[in-house]
Design a binder for this molecule. Structure first.
Ligand code: GLN
Length: 311
């Protein structure tokens, strides 16, 4: 990374460049998300040496949604191990939308991809705990350790999604029908719905991503959250799958592992260097924040972060 001043200037430039970009629409399939102010836009970079750069609405809270999948996946590999998680959940892109049921039907109920709903529900089910309440507590504590502060549930988002998530409950039942869930499907979908409703900020996302960039040590708290091998596994999977069916285009253009969520967040990780957190609720057709993608792309180019570039 260049010096602190230069990174800070570029973060501000990236924010300014897209602050009035009108493209994209706010998600409305979770009723309460439709009420989000579409013009919110936050950007943050955290460096592994602890450097902090926030721009715009970097401390505005929003529900983490699908970005939780990346961090729960890392926590579960830490607990259960590389090989079982690879076998049970899989590591490939389905090439289908995040809430697809077809992908499960085509693969004998095997989720294939831990970064879409079926695979994420199967992953959360692997979290140790003798009850789903205990599993939920471990998810919340683990995500909080990544963020370096206690994360709390957005009750309004949770209730809004829990009242309307028939699709995810169908996915849970389908997993169960294929013998791929050893816990109650409705209960584990409820834990998954809660994990998606944890409130974070763009700044938090950058800290969480920087923990993965830093071999599992949170660069702000200094606390180890997961092992370095777990970060490697999680980043490899998310590079192939993190932006749903746009993952290939994203990696081709930007060259960084990243994960998006329907509330408008994206975290992009630069192994060994740091992470970028972004939030803007206007989404493209696959459900990825438009301004967040563009601002991260700007920083990837300006800071020379593309992992595949040799010069
Ligand atoms: N909670 C959302 C869902 O399960 C998360 C989806 C997303 O962010 N893409 O539908």
């Amino acid at each position: 990374m260049p010096g602190w001043d230069q990174v800070d200037r570029l973060v501000r430039d990236a924010h300014r460049s897209y602050a009035t970009d009108p493209e994209g629409t706010v998600a409305d399939y979770i009723p309460v998300l439709a009420e989000t102010d579409p013009d919110l836009f936050g950007l943050a970079v955290i460096e592994v040496d602890g450097g902090i750069h926030d721009a715009g609405d970097a401390t505005h809270a929003f529900s983490i949604q699908s970005i939780s999948k990346l961090f729960v996946y890392a926590l579960v590999i830490q607990e259960v191990g590389h090989a079982p998680v690879r076998e049970i959940v899989g590591v490939n892109n389905t090439g289908l939308p995040f809430n697809s049921l077809i992908a499960l039907e085509l693969n004998d109920g095997h989720p294939m991809n831990p970064m879409v709903n079926a695979g994420a529900i199967a992953t959360t089910a692997l979290m140790p705990g003798s009850t789903t309440a205990e599993q939920w507590e471990r998810v919340r504590e683990g995500l909080s350790a990544f963020a370096g502060r206690p994360l709390s549930l957005n009750g309004e988002v949770y209730r809004s999604e829990a009242a309307t998530n028939d699709r995810n409950r169908a996915i849970g039942r389908l997993l169960r029908s294929y013998g791929r869930l050893s816990v109650d499907p409705d209960e584990i979908v409820d834990v998954y719905t809660r994990q998606c409703a944890l409130d974070v900020t763009a700044h938090d996302l950058a800290v969480m991503g920087a923990t993965l960039a830093d071999g599992g040590v949170n660069p702000i708290t200094g606390r180890r959250v997961v092992d370095a091998e777990v970060c490697r596994d999680a980043l490899a999977v998310v590079a192939a799958t993190g932006l749903y069916e746009r993952s290939g285009e994203w990696l081709f253009e930007i060259g960084l592992p990243a994960k998006s969520g329907v509330s408008g967040g994206i975290v992009a990780v630069v192994p060994g260097k740091g992470a970028i957190g972004a939030f803007s609720p206007r989404l493209d057709a696959a459900g990825n924040s438009v301004r967040s993608q563009r601002a991260i792309g700007y920083l990837s180019r300006a800071l020379g972060l593309n992992l595949f570039a040799s010069a």
